[in-house]
Design a protein around this ligand. Structure first.
Ligand code: AMP
Ligand code: MN
Ligand code: MN
Length: 318
């Protein structure tokens, strides 16, 4: 597989759909819109399908074109971005499964390479950074609109250039995007420095319940469906809550669990590590995945059961 194959498939296709992972974060939404803009520059139209996403990302150029459902049942080409496994492609999986050709563009190292063409860079800090390299190869002009999307994915997935996966290229791309008129400080303020009221209310609960365990190396906290209901939480309002524990001095792993909407006895587990624990490996033990310092999975049980299951695995790697 080469990038030329991908370009050829885009040029050949008459109908294109772009999909990303469930509970999409900034990188997922921004990567989807970036592909839409890039494909338009190649003279094609792509449908972006994201049934639910945080309104924080409504400022992204092209967000008004996001669809909740496809305009046809069968696309010539389906492109998945920022998603490591077909299981996580909810809200659009059927379009992927019925498409004549499929492409996966991603940066998750634990990856099932589920498309006909898989372009995965496991050391890139964001899918948007993988896309920049690809668009440069295609000779696509990265203007202010496309650049705003690309930089949003990078800023959200690197926590504003602070995570260790950030590379020298990340700053080089950012410098170039600044020259092209992308408003870095506006993006930063919108996606990192502004929290919704519901997110703020949830963070108070997360802090009150936060336990410091394993000699100060692990933190554990949670929110339930009831919490989200009480604060009128909307999609994306739980984003960032897992970071609270990791920021405490001496903490290596922060664990945050959130009750699933549709299944009472299943929790979505988020893990972040500080220096040496590979949380992607830990999540893999439960069938999940992610990156060395940021990963996720789902675990069955009530809060206490999930906590004990996760701690049992963490104790082995601390
Ligand atoms: P989260 O804690 O949901 O913000 O996810 C952290 C990272 O792990 C992101 O890169 C996710 O895409 C990835 N991730 C989360 N849940 C899963 C899962 N069940 N399987 C694979 N990767 C996941
Ligand atoms: Mn993501
Ligand atoms: Mn990502």
């Amino acid at each position: 597989m080469t990038l030329d194959n991908i370009l050829e498939e885009i040029k050949k296709a008459e109908t294109i759909v772009v999909l990303c992972h469930e509970s999409p974060d900034g990188d997922a939404v921004a990567s989807s819109l970036s592909v839409m803009h890039a494909v338009a520059k190649l003279g094609k139209e792509a449908d972006v399908i994201i049934p639910e996403y945080s309104k924080v990302f409504d400022f992204l150029p092209g967000a008004d074109k996001i669809l909740q459902k496809g305009r046809t049942n069968k696309y010539d080409l389906a492109i998945s971005v920022d998603c490591s496994d077909l299981k996580r492609l909810v809200g659009g999986k059927e379009y992927f499964e019925t498409a004549k050709r499929t492409i996966e563009i991603d940066h998750h190292s634990v990856n099932s390479m589920f498309a006909d063409f898989n372009y995965v860079d496991p050391v890139a800090p964001a899918c948007c950074q993988v896309l920049i390299g690809m668009f440069e190869y295609f000779g696509i002009d990265i203007d202010k609109e496309l650049g705003t999307c690309l930089l949003t994915g990078i800023i959200t997935d690197t926590g504003g250039f602070q995570y260790s996966a950030t590379t020298a290229e990340t700053f080089e791309f950012t410098a170039e995007l600044l020259r092209r008129g992308v408003n870095v400080s506006d993006i930063y303020k919108r996606v990192l420095n502004t929290v919704t009221k519901a997110n703020f209310e949830l963070s108070k609960r997360v802090m009150n319940r936060l336990e410091i365990l394993e000699n100060g190396k692990v933190t554990f906290t949670y929110i339930t469906k009831e919490d989200e209901k009480q604060v009128n939480a909307e999609p994306g309002d739980h984003e960032g809550l897992v970071e609270i524990g990791r920021n405490i001095e001496g903490v290596e792993v922060s664990v945050f669990i959130r009750q699933k909407e549709d299944e009472e006895d299943v929790y979505k587990v988020s893990m972040r590590s500080s220096q040496y624990v590979n949380v992607s490996d830990v999540c893999l033990m439960f069938g999940g995945g992610g990156h060395p310092r940021a990963a996720g999975t789902t675990v069955k049980g009530d809060v206490e059961t999930v906590k004990q299951k996760v701690l049992t695995e963490l104790k082995k790697v601390l």
